[in-house]
Structure formats: structure tokens, C-alpha cells
Design a protein around this ligand. Sequence first.
Ligand code: FES
Length: 105
Amino acid sequence: AKITYIEHDGTSHTIDCENGMTVMEGAIKNSIPGIDADCGGACACATCHVYVDGAWKDKTGSAEQMEEDMLDFAFDVRDGSRLSCQIKVSDEVDGLVVRLPEKQF
Ligand code: FES
């Protein structure tokens, strides 16, 4: 599925991510700057924070409790904030757009 990552400065990267990966893994694998993912996807670091574009919220679902708790540690949390290691890539989210925060902590 195609995922578009937009950096804080507006630089946009559209990547073809394999289904079953997470949005975080897709970013790391393709060296997208702006996602650190220090914990490697265990929902334990909050450095894979992204903003899900409003139009995609229904498709990506909402954060589970553990993710919500971890998001408290993220920088500049807003409406649409998610941890990208908790969003799975599938055909459902083909075309997904996520924006990256100014920094991860
Ligand atoms: Fe650590 Fe997502 S990679 S919370």
C-alpha cells in the first residue's frame, strides 16, 4: 500500500509499503527522516509519533489504551496523533497520509 509521509518542513515521501508492516517500519526501512522508533515498535518509546490526516482517521482506527498512555510522552500531541508502530499497513490504508512532528521528544 502507498503511504505518504510529510516531514515537518513539508518534504513529502510516498513509499510503497508491504502489507503487514507497520507505518513505522515502512518509514525506517526507507530512511524517512523524522521517525526515531527507539523501542523498535513495542509501543514503549513514543518516538514514532505521527499525525494521521483527518480523512484517514476512520481507516486507521483509534489508539488503544497502551498507545494513549505512551502518547502522553510524545512531543506536541494533537488531534490525530498516533504512534506509527501501532498502525498496520494494509490495502485498507492505501494512500494514507501521515505528517511528522517537528521533533520526537
Ligand atoms: Fe516505540 Fe512506536 S516505535 S512506540
